[in-house]
Design a protein around this ligand. Structure first.
Ligand SMILES: *Cc1c(COP(=O)(O)O)cnc(C)c1O
Length: 465
């Protein structure tokens, strides 16, 4: 037997490396509450010690795991630690992480039911549960993908094809060249990922009609152009900076009248619909045709987990097949029919575990708590004379100091403090500090400590500029 094969057999049999990996992982979890919200400079410098050419020969697995633990873990970002407010990166619900660990051991391919009946079963359940939880039209289809970028791509793809089909053009058969034109209507405040989707979908700048956003970053419904059956609209449940929600009732009603297609980017905001206190923000969203959402944001599933929903199951299925004209359904749900990929991680496993662990009431409480912490942030920062620039309707808070230079310098001091971590953005022409409360682990005390870090950072910034 070759040396390599002997090693693989030994590692697989005695399982010491798995125990070691789990021990390192548990040590990481133990350190989360106290570790800096962002790796210190020394941890980043130590990453250079990983630089080497491709190894010619083998390396002992326990040494590799030790390297990851000693060099890798200190350079990991403490997203789950309660004081990380960057981007809209969520924490992780323990039950989902545990189920993920188990599912990783199973290493299932969720492409076909026949490849993994358990993955197919749990995806099917997640589809039904999520349509119920998010109160989307009964029978809506769900595709489980890596994130909202891909989910939006799928929703817009379905919309593009549906619009062309109504005009007598079957994209699956005739392709895009020479196809009738479509109108893409969106607000200036759309997320950057939309542009990537449009580039892939063959929709060019000349086909895009950009509508102004209002002072909260909402699609300004008063400026909605005359729609027709060739219109494809993109709305947002949760502006990526302010978390403002578009006026779905007005816009979707206008779209419905002329059979325009509406896709909603609800990456983190669609979850507002699963919480009694915030559901009103999404009124009318059920009138749209497709929706995208991330479980790895507000819902706190492990990365990566995005979902596309489509009211018309057949349109999504047809859009994602190589041939659009004919489809043969199997008795069971085959996940790959709903996604661009064939081989795919079985995301439904940990998503199912998360939904089962929390239930409807738990999701309601999770979302409500994120919003409460965001409001606490806004109130305590305002008391310390920071300016809050958005209406805090959900989990996002936009903060500024008296002057742009001071905002920038304060943000930089916050980021290097390790006390908490926020990103920056631009809001209505001025730099802002962008707080996204997105982890169940953020407590009132975490917010207080972070607010203190904001004050200290501002003092430091004042002394420096
Ligand atoms: C995060 C985000 C996206 C992109 O989602 P990914 O999961 O990173 O692909 C799109 N739109 C909005 C509003 C987002 O917040």
């Amino acid at each position: 037997m070759s040396e390599l094969l002997a090693r693989l057999q030994k590692e697989s049999k005695d399982k010491a490396i798995y125990r070691q990996a789990l021990d390192h992982g548990l040590a990481y979890l133990d350190s989360l509450a106290d570790r800096p919200a962002f790796p210190p400079a020394t941890a980043l410098e130590a990453l250079h010690s990983l630089d080497e050419g491709l190894p010619d020969g083998p390396c002992e697995t326990s040494a590799i795991l030790r390297l990851l633990h000693e060099i890798g873990a200190p350079a990991a970002v403490a997203q789950g630690g309660g004081r990380y407010f960057g981007f809209v990166n969520g924490g992780v619900i323990p039950a989902a992480l545990a189920a993920r660990l188990l599912a990783d051991v199973w290493d299932q391919n969720a492409a076909l039911n026949i490849m993994s009946p358990i993955a197919a079963k749990l995806e099917a359940l997640c589809e039904t549960w999520l349509v119920d939880l998010l109160d989307l039209p009964k029978g809506s289809a769900a595709g489980f993908v890596s994130g909202t970028s891909t989910a939006s791509l799928c929703g817009l793809l379905a919309g593009r094809n549906a619009i062309l089909r109504r005009q007598g053009w079957d994209v699956g058969q005739r392709g895009l060249f020479g196809a009738p034109s479509i109108r893409l209507i969106m607000s200036e405040a759309v997320h950057g990922s939309v542009f990537k989707a449009l580039a892939i979908l063959g929709i060019g700048e000349a086909q895009i009609e950009v509508v102004a956003a209002d002072d909260q970053g909402r699609f300004d419904a008063r400026q909605l152009p005359q729609l027709d059956e060739t219109s494809l609209l993109i709305l947002q449940a949760g502006n990526v900076n302010s978390a403002a929600f578009d006026d779905f009732a007005t816009i979707c009603t206008a779209a419905e009248r002329v059979e325009a297609w509406v896709h909603v980017d609800g990456a983190f905001g669609l979850w507002a619909r699963a919480c009694q206190a915030t559901a009103h923000l999404t009124t009318g969203i059920e009138l749209a045709d497709s929706w995208s959402v991330d479980a790895h944001k507000t819902l706190n599933s492990p990365y990566d987990c995005g979902i596309v929903f489509c009211r018309d199951r057949l349109t999504l299925l047809q859009a994602l097949q190589a041939t659009g004209s004919y489809l043969q359904f199997s008795e069971e749900r085959d996940g790959m029919l709903y996604t661009p990929e064939m081989s795919r991680r079985a995301r439904g496993i940990e998503l199912w575990a998360l939904l089962k662990a929390l239930g409807r009431a738990g999701v309601d409480e999770l979302v409500a708590q994120l919003c409460a912490r965001a409001r606490q942030f806004a109130e305590e920062l305002a008391r310390r004379r920071f300016r809050i620039l958005n209406d805090v309707v959900f989990n996002q808070v936009l903060v500024a100091c008296e002057k742009p230079e001071l905002t920038r310098a304060t943000l930089s001091a916050i980021q290097s403090s390790g006390e908490c971590w926020c990103g920056g953005s631009e809001w209505r022409g001025e730099p802002v500090i962008r707080i996204s409360v997105c982890s169940w682990a953020t407590t009132e005390a975490d917010v207080k400590r972070s607010v203190a870090a904001f004050s200290a950072a501002r003092s430091q910034a004042i002394s420096m500029i």
